[in-house]
Design a protein around this ligand. Structure first.
Ligand code: NAD
Length: 381
């Protein structure tokens, strides 16, 4: 069978779902690989590199979609791409099925199977295919780099002949995958790093990375994240008030605030209010990784960088992984390659779409002309 990757149509999207290296691995599984000309260019992979890796470079998207039995891409298909889907074809991409129901229904009607990379169950066995985590890790790292780029001082403290420089103080709000990556990057650059999460079980992880976990002086336990499969749920009004009071106390001290707090299927909680921004020193920076879901900071403008009247820079970009396209394409293409490995147990270049397999079942949103989303809960954890 042939697996092909088109050039992403979304404006500004620099990632690509197949790299020369991943193509080599896919060929070992028995597949022939195709790529649309220029698809890897923005991520640093030229047509020549793909040709060297044995990939057929095709001139148009039409030829790619026509020739490929399996299409691997990054973004959910746009209208022009969805139209090209056909009976028996397999599409593997991010899809966000709950937000794209009509698109999903049309793929099912056409007889195309769709594996949504954002639906890969978060169980140990599936970590190698967990593209959400791969991208969140990059976003967390890049958030710190972006903060540094907009911050006028060093992260680390220094004693120089020209004077003593204090270390920067960084607060990371939300210690999931992106938050932990931000914490690791911040501490490795030498900043004094603080972190807060509603799930106290992450305190140990935070501390093992050299950061200080911010505990609230609150009678109830911080949230029992374990009850919701590791995800956060909405805080009680009393807890939320205690959290905001703590942040209000920290705001004047912090040089950089990186917010990553999310609650599944909801708008991002508003945690950094206007008065907190106003209390920050001029030159401070906020990077709001929750901007896509409305932002954790009240003043965040999605996809923009703004500077407030009191000189605080607020970054609301939502394309951090695409800003590191070589790295993110490499990890994403590897996630896809691992998915293909599980879909090809015989290594014979033929897809065995085993709906009894928890991971494949969980990620499959259309199959054999039916919508198969939402999946049943996985049997194995
Ligand atoms: P996420 O993106 O849904 O949320 C980011 C963080 O924000 C979470 O840690 C959450 O607790 C926190 N948060 C929510 N509301 C908050 C508030 N009001 N104040 C402060 N923080 C708040 O999280 P994620 O990175 O997708 O990770 C979610 C869970 O999934 C974690 O428990 C993680 O360890 C787990 N996980 C497991 C696997 C696996 O086993 N394969 C892979 C990835 C993640």
């Amino acid at each position: 069978m042939k697996i092909g990757t088109p050039k992403e149509l979304e404006q500004g999207e620099a990632r690509v779902a197949m790299t020369p290296d991943s193509a080599r691995q896919l060929q070992k599984l028995g597949y022939e690989c195709m790529i649309e000309t220029g698809a890897g260019a923005a991520a640093g992979f030229s047509d020549a590199l793909y040709k060297e890796a044995g990939v057929e470079v095709v001139k148009t998207a039409a030829a790619l979609w026509k020739g490929a039995d399996i299409v691997a891409k990054v973004r959910p298909p746009m209208e022009a791409e969805a139209k090209r889907l056909r009976d028996g074809q397999l599409l593997i991409s991010f899809f966000y099925p709950a937000q794209n129901e009509a698109l999903m229904a049309s793929a099912a009607k056409k007889g195309a199977s769709v594996i949504a990379m954002d639906m890969v169950p978060r169980i140990s066995r599936a970590q190698k295919m967990d593209a959400l985590s791969s991208m969140a890790n990059i976003a967390g790292y890049r958030a710190v780099i972006e903060a540094g780029n907009n911050f006028g001082r060093f992260f680390t403290g220094q004693v120089t002949a020209a004077g003593k420089v204090p270390p920067a103080k960084v607060l990371v709000v939300g210690a999931g995958v992106a938050g932990l990556a931000a914490i690791g990057t911040s501490t490795s650059l030498g900043a004094i790093t603080y972190a807060f999460d509603v799930r106290p079980e992450v305190a140990e992880q935070v501390e093992s990375m050299g950061a200080e976990f911010v505990f609230l002086d609150f009678e109830e336990e911080q949230q029992d994240g374990a009850a919701t499969g590791g995800y956060a749920s909405v805080s009680s009004p009393e807890f939320a008030a205690a959290q905001l009071a703590k942040f209000r106390e920290l705001a004047p001290e912090m040089d950089i605030v990186i917010t990553t707090a999310l609650i599944p299927n909801r708008e991002a909680p508003e945690l950094w209010t206007k008065d907190m921004v106003e209390a920050m020193k001029p030159g401070s920076v906020i990077v709001d990784l929750a901007a896509e879901k409305g932002g954790n900071c009240k003043l965040t403008v999605k996809d923009e960088k703004i500077v407030t009247d009191n000189g605080v820079t607020i970054v609301g970009y939502t394309d951090f992984p695409s800003r590191m396209a070589t790295q993110s394409s490499t990890l994403y293409a590897t996630n896809i390659r691992h998915m293909m490995t599980d879909l090809t147990p015989e290594k014979d270049g033929q897809v065995n779409h085993d709906m009894e397999d928890d991971v494949i079942r969980g990620a499959t949103i259309t199959h054999e002309k039916a919508v198969t989303f939402p999946p049943p809960p996985p049997k194995v954890q």
